[in-house]
Design a protein around this ligand. Structure first.
Ligand code: DQA
Length: 156
């Protein structure tokens, strides 16, 4: 079975391109999705790319990933700074997690400096713009295929 990763995007990321381009850049979410599929293909990863504005939908997607995917790239967007429940879901599934932010959250307002997700993420990438997603997938390919696991093995 091919290694499969969930790329999960939180609220307002559907507005990328229009939304505060000086902070988030001009790439749309469709452009980022294409970038993720192309990067995934070059790494031999199957990429399942999703976005939701709803906390519960994101949590359901994380829970489902336990049996269908080998790792998660997540840009939790505004929920990074508020959601204990999303953090708990990521901790519960026990998959490798790479957290991505387009902007450098540490150079912005102080309420963005803390992410509940970071404490359960293996890796955090911020401030690299949309390229951060390519970096995240490249790194997740290593985390999701630890030495010893063959490509035939199923997710947990
Ligand atoms: C973001 C940063 C968050 O603080 C913000 O709420 C977002 C996007 C980023 O990608 O830079 O919606 O996660």
């Amino acid at each position: 079975m091919e290694t499969s990763v969930l790329v999960l995007n939180g609220p307002n990321l559907n507005l990328l391109g229009l939304r505060e381009p000086a902070i988030y850049g001009t790439d749309t979410l469709d452009t980022i999705e294409r970038l993720c599929h192309d990067t995934g293909e070059s790494l031999g990863l199957r990429v399942d790319f999703r976005q939701s504005n709803h906390e519960g939908v994101l949590i359901d997607a994380v829970q489902e990933a336990r049996t269908t995917h080998h790792g998660i790239v997540i840009n939790p967007a505004g929920y990074s700074h508020t959601s204990v429940a999303l953090r708990d879901a990521l901790a519960a599934v026990g998959l490798p997690v790479v957290e991505v932010h387009l902007s450098n959250i540490h150079r912005r307002e102080s309420f963005r400096h803390h992410s509940y997700v970071s404490g359960v993420a293996d890796t955090v990438i911020c401030g690299a713009g949309s390229h951060g997603y390519a970096l995240a997938l490249t790194h997740l390919a290593r985390l999701a295929r630890p030495a010893g696991r063959t490509s035939q093995e199923s997710p947990r």
